[in-house]
Ligand binder design. Structure first.
Ligand code: HEC
Length: 223
């Protein structure tokens, strides 16, 4: 066995040297001839290339302009409550425009942790890692001003952006923005429940943690 065929067998162990020679001699030229023939037929047919010149249409362009008010399939978005968080009255919606379910909250939890917690923190206190590294600190979600905002406000902030926070419309679908808004409400509730309304085991945990306060790092605090 020559060095060449041995190295060939190393990279292509099933190739027997003699069989490979036959394939190379017959199959390869044949497939080239057939392949090129097919391609030429498709290639040479009459067609208009995108944005090329036209002698047929009056404006001299092959690409046809869209008829006025054309909307891409799936992008009609006439439902303002769903896609802008705005009620017919013109103010923010106060209720979720999609059905609330445990699955929706879990999805919102996951999306919040991915897209929002880097700045807002997993608890929504505004002390996420990016903030600890110097980005502007947003308000905690657990202040009265934000507890009183209608749910449409949170959808609007995610859709339009807010001050230094950019819009998340291109990264998070409307459905997921509502899931996050619903989770945000749950998060707010989790930090603001009258102790008497908690189940007994949670009240017990609360009493224990009150004795041993949890350490929360502030931005810039050395590790
Ligand atoms: C890169 C950091 C960053 C990320 C990620 C981020 N935010 Fe923000 N967010 C901010 C900052 C900073 C502000 C305050 C902006 C300002 O005042 O200029 C803010 C403001 C807000 C406000 C308005 C609060 C107010 O004071 O009225 C809401 C609501 C909010 N963010 C929700 C979200 C949600 C929900 C997500 C995830 C989809 C998210 N943010 C992702 C940085 C971020």
């Amino acid at each position: 066995m020559s060095t060449r065929s041995r190295s060939l067998r190393r990279f292509w162990p099933c190739a027997h040297p003699r069989r490979f020679a036959w394939e190379r001699g017959v199959l390869l030229p044949l497939s080239l001839v057939l392949g090129v023939g097919c391609r030429q037929e498709m290639y040479d047919q009459a067609k208009a290339k995108p944005l090329s010149e036209s002698t047929f249409f009056a404006n001299g362009q092959n690409a046809r302009p869209l008829p006025p008010d054309t909307v891409a399939r799936g992008f009609l978005r006439e439902d303002k409550a769903m896609y802008a968080g705005i009620a017919p009255s013109g103010s923010f919606v106060t209720e979720l425009p999609i059905p609330l379910s445990r699955a929706l909250l879990e999805r919102g939890h996951e999306r919040f942790d991915i897209f929002c917690s880097p700045c807002h923190g997993k608890q929504g206190n505004g002390l996420g890692m990016i903030v600890q590294r110097g980005f502007k600190q947003p308000s905690s979600f657990h202040v009265d001003r934000l507890r009183q905002q209608p749910i449409g406000y949170f959808f609007d902030v995610m859709t339009q952006g807010f001050g230094q926070m950019s819009s998340y419309a291109s990264q998070v679908t409307p459905q997921d923005r509502w899931a996050i808004a619903a989770y945000l409400r749950a998060l707010q509730l989790s930090q603001h429940v009258p102790a008497a309304e908690l189940p007994p085991e949670d009240r017990q945990k609360l009493a224990q943690s009150a004795r041993k306060p949890e350490h929360r790092p502030s931005p810039g605090e050395p590790k």
